[in-house]
Design a binder for this molecule. Structure first.
Ligand code: FMN
Length: 454
C-alpha cells in the first residue's frame, strides 16, 4: 500500500498545545538552535544546504530558494549593502497560510530570516506585512522584540559582532504590493507598481541594492532545513518538490483550514481524508489548486498530486497553495466574474493590457452571466485573455486571464448554456459566498480591520 504522505509536519509540528509565540516555549522545542548552528557555518555552506534541500519558494512562482540566494553578489564583492525582504503581503484569494505561520510560529519565521540573512551577508532585513493583518503584525512585533532582547536579532547577533536590524513594515491593502518589485517600490515609500525586469532584485532590489526576497513560509522552512540537513530534507516530499507545504483548504469542503502536508500528497487525500469531503453532501465539481490565479482542475483530476510537476502535467500550478473546492452548485461564469472583478480592482493600472483587459473581461463576463452576450463575445473573452497573457510587466493580468480562460476551456458547455438559454442556468444562485467573498464584502472587511490613526 502506498505510504500516506499526509502525516509529516515540520513547521507546525509543535504548534498544537504549545504557545510558540513565546520565545522560551519555542526554545524548549529546539527553537533558534538552527540559527546557533548556522551562524558558525560559512555563508556558502548555508546556501549549499538550501541548494541540496532543493526547496522551492512558497509564495507562488516556486523558484528554488538556494539558487535565488546564489544570484546575489557576495558581500565582500558588493559595493552596496545587501538586504533581505520577507514577503508577508499574502493577498491571493484562497490563501491564508502565512498568517497562520505568523500567528502560531512567528519565531520560526524570524529564525529563518536571520539564517537566510547570514547566508547572504545582509546588513538589514525587512518584513513587508499586509496592512489588514493587524493581529499578525502585533504578534510578530512582540516576537521580534523578544528576539532582540535575547540577542537573536538586532545589534551583535549572538555575540558575533554582526548586526541585523529587522524592520517590520505594514502595507496599506494593495494586492500588487505582494508582487516583489511592487513591494520594493512600496517599501521605498513610492506607489506600489511593478518595475521592469531585469535588473532582478538579486542585483538591484530595495534602495537599488542586492536583495533576496522570499515568502514567509519559505523563510519559516529554513530552520528545519538546517536542523535536518539539506539532504535529509530533500528526502521528504517528491523529486523536484521537496519537503512540506502548508495548504489553505477552503470553499465547499467540510473542514476548511490550513494543513501542513508532505508535497506529493494527493488532492483527494487533502479534500476527502483530511478535509472531510464536500460540504452539504454535494458533488465535487472543480478544484482551484493554488490560489485564485491558477487554472482550474475538474473533479476527475482529484487524484492529481500536490507537487509542481504533477500540477503542470494536469495543466495548472501549485501557486500559493490555496486549494479552493467548488461543488456542483457553482456557476463557472459567476466564478469567472468574481475572479476578474478582483483582479480588475487590484490592477495597478501601469500596463494597458492588464488595466483595460481586466475591465473588458468583467464587462464580457457580466453580459454572459446575464445571457446577453453574443457567440462572438464568448470568443472575444478568450481573445482578451490571450492579449493580456505575457504582455505586462508583472503577472497580475495573467492571474486574471489564466483562470478565466481555463474555466471557458474546461466548462465551455456551461458558458454556452448561458448564451443558449438567455441567462444563468443556475438562476443567478451561487454557492460562491462560501468560496470567495465578493469585492464589496472584501472592502467592508478591510475597512473594519484597518487601524485608523487617532
Ligand atoms: C500580483 C502578484 C502578487 C503576489 N503576491 C504575493 C504575496 O502576497 N506573497 C508572496 O510571498 N508572494 C507573492 N507574489 C510572488 C512574489 O512576486 C515573489 O515571487 C515571492 O515573494 C518570492 O518568494 P518565494 O520565492 O519564497 O516564493 C505575488 C506575485 C504577483 C505577480
Amino acid at each position: 500500500m502506498a505510504r500516506s504522505k499526509a502525516k509529516h509536519k515540520l513547521l507546525l509540528e509543535h504548534a498544537d498545545g504549545r504557545d510558540l509565540t513565546r520565545l522560551a516555549e519555542y526554545e524548549r522545542v529546539g527553537g533558534y538552535s538552527s540559527l546557533k548552528k548556522a551562524i558558525k557555518m560559512d555563508r556558502q555552506a548555508v546556501i549549499d544546504e538550501l541548494l541540496t534541500a532543493d526547496v522551492r519558494g512558497r509564495g507562488g512562482a516556486g523558484f528554488p530558494m538556494g539558487r535565488k540566494a546564489s544570484f546575489l553578489p557576495k558581500p565582500e564583492a558588493s559595493a552596496k549593502p545587501i538586504y533581505l525582504v520577507a514577503n508577508a503581503d499574502e493577498s491571493e484569494p484562497g490563501t491564508f497560510k502565512d498568517r497562520e505561520i505568523m500567528v502560531r510560529i512567528p519565531h520560526m519565521f524570524v529564525e529563518g530570516i536571520v539564517i537566510a540573512s547570514h547566508a547572504i551577508g545582509a546588513s538589514a532585513a525587512f518584513i513587508y506585512i499586509r496592512g489588514e493583518y493587524l493581529a499578525e503584525f502585533e504578534i510578530l512585533r512582540d516576537a521580534l522584540e523578544e528576539a532582540r532582547r535575547a540577542g537573536l536579532v538586532g545589534g551583535n547577533v549572538l555575540g558575533t559582532g554582526w548586526s541585523l536590524p529587522i524592520v517590520l513594515h505594514r502595507g496599506a491593502g494593495a494586492y500588487i504590493c505582494g508582487e516583489e518589485t511592487g513591494m520594493l517600490e512600496s517599501l521605498e515609500g513610492k506607489r506600489g507598481q511593478p518595475r521592469t525586469k531585469p535588473p532582478f532584485p538579486a542585483i538591484s532590489g530595495v534602495y537599488a541594492s542586492p536583495t533576496l526576497i522570499n515568502n514567509v513560509e519559505t523563510l519559516a522552512t529554513v530552520p528545519k532545513i538546517l536542523e535536518l540537513g539539506g539532504a535529509a530534507y530533500a528526502k521528504l516530499g517528491v523529486e523536484n518538490s521537496t519537503g512540506t507545504r502548508v495548504f489553505s483548504l477552503s470553499g465547499n469542503v467540510v473542514r476548511g483550514g490550513n494543513y501542513e502536508l508532505e508535497l506529493g500528497t494527493s488532492l483527494r487525500e487533502l479534500i476527502y481524508d483530511i478535509g472531510g469531503g464536500i460540504a452539504d453532501g454535494r458533488e465535487l465539481k472543480a478544484v482551484i489548486p493554488g490560489g485564485s490565479s491558477m487554472p482550474v482542475l475538474t473533479a476527475d483530476q482529484v487524484d492529481t498530486k500536490l507537487d509542481a510537476d504533477s500540477m503542470v502535467e494536469a495543466g495548472t500550478m501549485l501557486g500559493s497553495g490555496g486549494v479552493i473546492v467548488l461543488d456542483d452548485r457553482c456557476c463557472m461564469v459567476q466564478l469567472g466574474l468574481r475572479v476578474a472583478q478582483f483582479y480588475q480592482h487590484e490592477s495597478c493600472g501601469k500596463c494597458t493590457p492588464c488595466r483595460e483587459g481586466t475591465r473588458w473581461m468583467v464587462d464580457l463576463l457580466r453580459k454572459i452571466e446575464a445571457g446577453e452576450a453574443t457567440q462572438s463575445e464568448l470568443d472575444l473573452l478568450l481573445d482578451v485573455c490571450d492579449r493580456i497573457l505575457g504582455n505586462c510587466l508583472c503577472p497580475l493580468g495573467d492571474a486574471a486571464a489564466m483562470p478565466v480562460a481555463s474555466y471557458v476551456a474546461r466548462f465551455r458547455d456551461e458558458f454556452q448554456r448561458h448564451l443558449d438559454e438567455g441567462g444563468c442556468p443556475f438562476g443567478g444562485e451561487s454557492t460562491l459566498d462560501h468560496v470567495m467573498a465578493p469585492v464589496d464584502q472584501h472592502h467592508a472587511r478591510r475597512l473594519a480591520e484597518i487601524e485608523v490613526p487617532a
